[in-house]
Design a protein around this ligand. Structure first.
Ligand code: PMT
Length: 403
């Protein structure tokens, strides 16, 4: 089976159960397949296995306190919640399931489960009577209803002498299941390079040519691509947005720098998405000193900047290339011409000007490729990005089939 766990950031939560001894093996095997694992232990988990063992197998200090000044200074709980791409609680006790089912955040582990956007997977482990108890089953149903993935349990003789369901699944079975979970992500295992924001082309030491791109569309796409399982490199012009987590973010200023950075990051790139509003022109010469105010009109000689997306699309081993077309009028015909001229696989046309598309929180687009012309209604850039990533992933996969 293909391996989708390499480089994945997995937060392993452990609760009080005799099955905790299996968690050490689970961490070891997760690391063998390339996953990055951080361990969080509840107070009761530490009664069954020591944090020292878990630190030794994971290679990182164990997190166990919600209000620990030192731990918060190193990697605070919110940062840890954001770091995780998956929270796996193994073993998950009846008590953990009950607390989580009702939204408690009374220790570090439950707080992280609530604070993180990552999927939460539970591998229950408990006595068979506790597992089959109507309240545990009710909590399990409630957790599933709220999107928590609750794995099954093994059957057989238990540490307490009982026989029945409630044994934690074996580490290899858990790993196979979460590997499959990651494989269903639309862009699992793919590398996506995205440009965003404007560029600044200097005229003199204090002035530059630019445009009104805020970077919101490109950043939303980068986040959606990362959520879809891609390894994302976001190459950003100057914007006032916070750097998104879970991806490499490289800041650039000019079109030339943006192009150099894109080309330096193209190896093994599967999809290139050019959202940046790259300046089409740069000053022929940049004045060394601030230019004095002229009393009359004055001229500036401009030369074209490199056309990044066209240059990427011209490569013999090019990735799947998606561009954007920002137009004030004749949006669709102009976008179609642009797609053909720049040899892009797909173009996303949006109307800009008068508070639309550029700088705003919402956008309305038409996606054009050789196979489709699809218009999506006005919606937040955040929601739009998720829909666009699905469309891009589908087209990319279709293209792969026909190559
Ligand atoms: O950043 P926001 O405020 O969220 O706004 C989003 C947006 C309106 C900037 C975005 O949705 C968008 O339309 N981006 C492309 C803007 C643009 O430059 O369009 P264009 O039609 O001039 O360029 C066509 C394509 O060529 C684009 O993919 C562009 O990235 C690329 N290009 C352009 C010039 C150049 N020198 N190099 C390029 O790669």
């Amino acid at each position: 089976m293909a391996q989708f766990l390499a480089n994945k950031r997995i937060l392993l939560g452990m609760t009080g159960s005799v099955a905790a001894y299996k968690s050490a093996d689970l961490v070891r095997r997760l690391r063998e397949v390339g996953a990055n694992v951080r361990v969080v232990m509840t107070a009761n988990a530490k009664r069954f296995i020591t944090p020292l063992t878990m630190q030794a197998v994971s290679g990182y200090p164990v997190h166990d306190e919600l209000f620990d000044l030192q731990a918060e200074a190193a990697m605070g709980h919110i940062e840890l919640a954001r770091w995780a791409e998956l929270i796996l609680v193994a073993p998950a006790s009846a008590d953990l399931m009950a607390r989580l089912a009702y939204g408690h955040a009374d220790d570090l582990l439950t707080t992280l489960c609530l604070a993180s956007k990552a999927p939460v997977v539970l591998a229950p482990a408990m006595n068979q009577a506790m597992y089959t108890h109507v309240l545990t089953q009710e909590n399990k149903r409630r957790l599933k209803e709220h999107g928590v993935i609750v794995l099954g349990t093994g059957e057989g003789s238990q540490a307490c002498g009982d026989v029945g369901p409630g044994r934690m699944l074996e580490p290899l079975t858990i790993i196979e299941t979460i590997n499959e979970l990651f494989s269903t992500y639309e862009l699992a295992g793919k590398k996506v390079v995205i440009t965003a924001g404007p560029t600044h082309e200097a005229i003199d030491p204090v002035r530059y040519l630019t445009n009104g791109s805020s970077g919101k569309m490109g950043y939303a796409l980068a986040e959606a691509a990362a959520l879809a399982g891609a390894k994302v490199v976001l190459i950003s012009g100057p914007v006032a947005l916070a750097k998104p987590k879970h991806m490499e973010v490289i800041s650039v200023t000019t079109a030339k720098e943006m192009q150099d950075t894109v080309f330096a990051n193209l190896s093994n790139c599967d999809i290139f998405i050019s959202v940046a509003a790259v300046s089409d022109y740069q000053a022929h010469t940049i004045a060394n000193q601030k230019m004095p105010k002229e009393s009359n009109a004055f001229s500036l000689t401009l030369t074209p900047t490199p056309d990044i997306v066209a240059n990427v699309a011209a490569l013999s081993n090019k990735p799947f290339v998606v561009g954007f077309a920002a137009e004030t009028h004749d949006v669709i015909p102009k976008a179609k011409q642009k797609r053909e001229r720049k040899k892009m696989d797909m173009i996303i046309a949006n109307q800009v000007g008068e508070g639309r598309g550029m700088g705003s929180d919402e956008n309305e687009v038409t996606i054009i490729s050789a196979r489709q012309e699809t218009t999506l209604p006005l919606m937040s850039k955040h929601d739009l990005a998720k829909e666009l990533i699905t469309l891009i992933a589908n087209e990319y996969k279709q293209g792969q089939k026909h190559d």
